[in-house]
Design a protein around this ligand. Structure first.
Ligand SMILES: [Fe+2]
Ligand SMILES: [Fe+2]
Length: 325
């Protein structure tokens, strides 16, 4: 494995840029949107009318798209898992509210608004069995996750670069589909969440780029390792009441594929985008092992493409307990 000492030094050096990272990639609290900016105001005379409108549009949403939105919301609601995971990274010291700790807290605080907004929307929309949805969220946080990064910051930044891009895509697509059906309010909600995810994705990609500059071989090996084991989604242990951990995942992922919100093709495209972003083909000063890792990574998108071209999206019918019949 790569040199742990060097890795800690790299994390320390990067930490020196924290004020710049925070001002470039996060938005001050006074300026950023809050969920209530996009939700009906319960003290307003218009409240009933707005709820009626919101519920009409929600009823009309195609089943797969609606289920995908619920699953995306639950994924956001499992934020405690992600924050505690990041706080445990090598090079992060939670005792002081500076450096990486400050980043993780500020990132978490921004992310927290996503589940908050979508969760309130879903509560109001009249089409969700809230108790079932809450049980899934409860299980998901209780089950935690294993994304295969251990406490290695390099691997985690590969993961978060990938994941923030994936969530940008999925929220953006739900927003676009909502807009096409005239559901402007939901489109706006998904749009502002997607914009946050885009900023976060840029941040993590930048952290990783800078690590490539300082420890190219170490970062290359981390990238290879993550792609070899495949990037699992943060909600991979999803379940409904009465199920075992992970039992619902495939049904959710199939629904997202059918709704064209997040597909196997997106996985490949994000991977290629990271290869370009980090200029993997022109990295210099790689050791032998890292050269072999680069070869593997550069060839992987074509291999994945061949496999994915052969797999059709399953049309297994499944009825989620989350949705009111
Ligand atoms: Fe999010
Ligand atoms: Fe995110």
């Amino acid at each position: 494995m790569h040199d742990k000492q060097l890795q800690l030094e790299v994390m320390k050096t990067l930490e020196g840029n924290m004020p710049e990272f925070i001002s470039s990639y996060l938005t001050p609290i006074e300026k950023i949107w809050q969920p209530s900016d996009f939700l009906p105001d319960s003290s307003s005379d218009n409240f009933r009318y707005e709820i009626e409108e919101l519920q009409t549009f929600a009823r009309e949403m195609p089943y797969d798209l609606f289920v995908t939105l619920i699953g995306d919301c639950i994924t956001e609601e499992a934020l405690p898992t992600y924050e505690s995971w990041l706080m445990d990274l090598d090079g992060v010291n939670q005792q002081e509210n500076v450096g990486w700790t400050q980043w993780i807290r500020a990132w978490t605080a921004e992310e927290n608004r996503h589940g908050d907004l979508l969760g309130k929307y879903l509560y109001l929309c009249g089409r969700v069995n809230m108790r079932e949805m809450e049980i899934t969220t409860h299980h998901l946080i209780n089950d935690g996750f294993d994304i295969g990064t251990s406490s290695d910051p390099y691997k985690n930044f590969v993961y978060t670069s990938f994941q923030e891009t994936a969530t940008n895509i999925s929220h953006r697509r739900v927003g676009t589909l909502a807009k096409q059906s005239g559901n402007k309010k939901l489109a706006q909600m998904c749009g502002v969440i997607a914009a946050d995810e885009a900023r976060h994705a840029k941040a993590y990609k930048d952290f990783a780029s800078r690590i490539f500059d300082m420890d190219a071989s170490g970062m290359m090996l981390a990238f290879e390792d993550m792609m070899r084991r495949k990037i699992v989604m943060p909600a991979h242990l999803l379940r409904e009441s009465g199920q075992k951990a992970g039992e619902l995942w495939e049904h959710f992922s199939d629904a997202a594929q059918r709704a064209m919100v997040y597909t196997a093709q997106d996985y490949i495209d994000i991977f290629k985008d990271l290869i370009d972003e980090w200029k993997i083909d022109s990295l210099k000063n790689l050791n032998d092992k890292a050269e072999r890792a680069r070869d593997y990574v550069m060839k992987l998108p074509d291999r994945l493409q061949k496999i994915s071209d052969r797999i059709a999206t399953p049309h297994l019918p499944y009825s989620f307990k989350w949705v009111k019949s």
